[in-house]
Design a protein. Structure first.
Length: 66
C-alpha cells in the first residue's frame, strides 16, 4: 500500500513540476509521459532508501569474537 501512495503522489507532483517547468522553458507539455517518469523515479527512490535503511549495522561485539 505504501508504494501505491508513492506512485500516486509521484505522478501528481511530476505533473505539477512538469507543467511549471514546461511553461518556464516554453517546451511542449506531455502530461502522461511526465507523470509516468516521475512516478517511476519516486518509486525507485523509495525502494532504494527502504532497502538501504534495513541493512543491519556492523556490531562491535561480533567483530571482537572473530
Amino acid at each position: 500500500m505504501r508504494y501505491l501512495t508513492v506512485i500516486f503522489w509521484g505522478f501528481i507532483w511530476g505533473e505539477v513540476i512538469g507543467y511549471i517547468g514546461g511553461q518556464l522553458e516554453l517546451l511542449q507539455y506531455s502530461s502522461f509521459e511526465i507523470g509516468i517518469v516521475a512516478a517511476v523515479v519516486c518509486l525507485v527512490t523509495s525502494v532504494a532508501t527502504h532497502m538501504m535503511a534495513d541493512k543491519p549495522a556492523a556490531n562491535a561485539d561480533e567483530a571482537s569474537q572473530s
